[in-house]
Design a protein around this ligand. Structure first.
Ligand SMILES: [Zn+2]
Length: 54
């Protein structure tokens, strides 16, 4: 997921540029890479179980 997009699935993500792991919560916005401050792409490592309201 690119910087600036909304987080759809809460979970642990890693930045493509620096392999910096960060947790994003649902409805947050993907930030720039915290390490190099560049626009980046976040790859999901571990998606939390989404508690979907039935
Ligand atoms: Zn980076």
């Amino acid at each position: 997921m690119k910087t600036g997009l909304d987080v759809i699935h809460e979970g642990l993500y890693v930045s493509e540029c620096c392999l910096q792991t960060t947790r994003f919560a649902k409805d947050q916005t993907f930030t720039r890479c915290p390490k190099c401050s560049a626009l980046t792409v976040w790859e999901v490592i571990e998606e939390d179980e989404v508690t979907q309201a039935a």
